[in-house]
Design a protein around this ligand. Sequence first.
Ligand code: ATP
Ligand code: MG
Length: 284
Amino acid sequence: MKLKIAIQKQGKLAEGSTALLKKCGIGFSNGQGKLRAEAEDFPLELFFLRDDDIPDYVADGVADLGIVGENILAEDPKPVDVVEKLGFGRCRLSIAVPKSFKYSDTADLNGLRIATSYPRILSEFLAARTVSAEIHEISGSVEIAPSIGLADAVCDLVSSGSTLFSNGLREIETVLRSEAVLIARRDLSAEQNKLLEQFLFRIRSVLAAERNKYILLNAPEDKVAEIASLLPGIKSPTVMPLAEPGWVSLHSVISEHDFWEVVENLKAAGAEGILVLSIDQMIK
Ligand code: ATP
Ligand code: MG
């Protein structure tokens, strides 16, 4: 018994998807142009596909699982379960106009021709704001549409914004935020569900580890209580004596989110020799 997972063959989610599997201890070798592979250390078979096709393959039961951007599902919903957000492939679907366009609010979009590969999401966004614009559906290179006279504005996926910028466009509205998600077929057998749980356990350990850092620091003994109160670790920090009398070493885990603020406070409280390490897995 095995689970079949569909991931993007090539493109913006391909690297993140294989990296996640590798961090879960699931290795495989996919030679150039190969469309399927057998995982080495987990009962998993991999299919390498175009991202747009992944929800269909999962809904049809050709694959049991898939990794795909939320944007794809929002544009073309399929009967699959979203099991976990994966924290990579973050992007937003945004409306952009030529830099010279004077924009103040969505009413300014009335009557414009907007080029997009996401007609459904865009038309819902416009309808909710009672904007009537002409949607031109194109399947790729959306960002060049205004410069070739095909449209007045675009609605496209953005991450850094550099592609828009180099095409003379300016982002004015965020329509949707998206990241990669793990999707699953709705009618998995009990046995397959058990495998999915094992797979999810690994994924969640990797994601938790990515959100946290391991921190070690030295402190005078009389500052331990104050410093410990600044470290919201899993439990209380580990305290170990240093060879130098009156000094200890503290170890703990902190969230990457409040990392910089905590480090500032730790230094102010007398911590020295602060070391911060990344964590491979965090088992809860
Ligand atoms: P395919 O050949 O598989 O159909 P594609 O060209 O449609 O690939 P990519 O550009 O590789 O797709 O993007 C795949 C997914 O990566 C998007 O659907 C989106 O979820 C995510 N993504 C993250 N950042 C960006 C970005 N800056 N631009 C486009 N997509 C992004
Ligand atoms: Mg695609």
